[in-house]
Design a protein around this ligand. Sequence first.
Ligand code: NDP
Length: 282
Amino acid sequence: MAQIIDGKAISAQIKEELKEKVKGLKAAGKEITLAVIQVGEDPASTVYVNNKKKACEYVGIRSLAYNLPESVREAELLQLIEELNAREDVNGILVQLPLPVGIEEDKVIRSIAPEKDVDGFHPGNVGALCIGEPGFLPCTPAGIIQMLKRSGISIEGKECVVVGRSNIVGKPMSLLLLRENGTVTVAHSRTKDLKAVTRRADILVAAVGKPKMITREYVKEGAVVIDVGIHRMENNKLCGDVDYADVEPVCSAITPVPGGVGPMTVAMLMYNCVESLNLQAR
Ligand code: NDP
């Protein structure tokens, strides 16, 4: 039986630790504030934003909500970000993605001050990660490293294969595994003989965006399997990029969907909000 890596429990543990830390900071007169901007009313985005607000409340972080209409002009959004960048009482700025057509996501991400970019998407933070300087780490891959560490799974010297090379998951994931001294391969849609590549993995991270694509033929016996994917199926249930029922019997540890990587992302966002005080003090 594989070890089930419980993201819900690990994220709860992290939020508990942060709550204590925030209590101490408050006692020392320091308050943390996160500004959350949502454009439009996409239902999935609303769920994500509400989860983030709830987590803020739990940990003791003040959250400011900005709900802009779908029709908002890019210039107005950039103006709001500029104001929040300048406010001393705002430590973190989060713009919920995706943005409506007509607003350039890259431009918006670049407009956030790097020292307030708690999502870790600004090129300044991506560059810092690449060369090992202090900065915000993107929440999903940072959460995966925490899951592995807190489950007693060592990364050093392991063959790590990441399937997917997006800027928010695959690429930073590979850099973080490298930083932990894993031997890292990044696979993508042009990879030849993907199964042969993934079967080398001691630690396999699936961030493909294809429901249940990773079946047991992709997995070496005894591997650790991390499933980043989230998909809603026709029966309204959630599934990941990994075919859990097929893979679980052959691996040594696996993350479920739901209750795996998902909750870690929000916990690491809270971690970044607390970390913002250190980065802003530099
Ligand atoms: P993207 O669609 O941006 O990237 C998918 C990657 O998978 C691309 O690099 C693509 O390759 C690669 N890929 C696609 N098809 C194949 C294939 N058949 N074989 C090999 N590689 C393939 O997705 P994201 O990285 O943004 O997200 C991945 C998944 O994770 C999604 O399901 C998303 O919903 C989920 N997610 C979950 C989060 C969480 O908190 N749990 C947070 C963020 C995302 P190429 O570059 O060549 O096109």
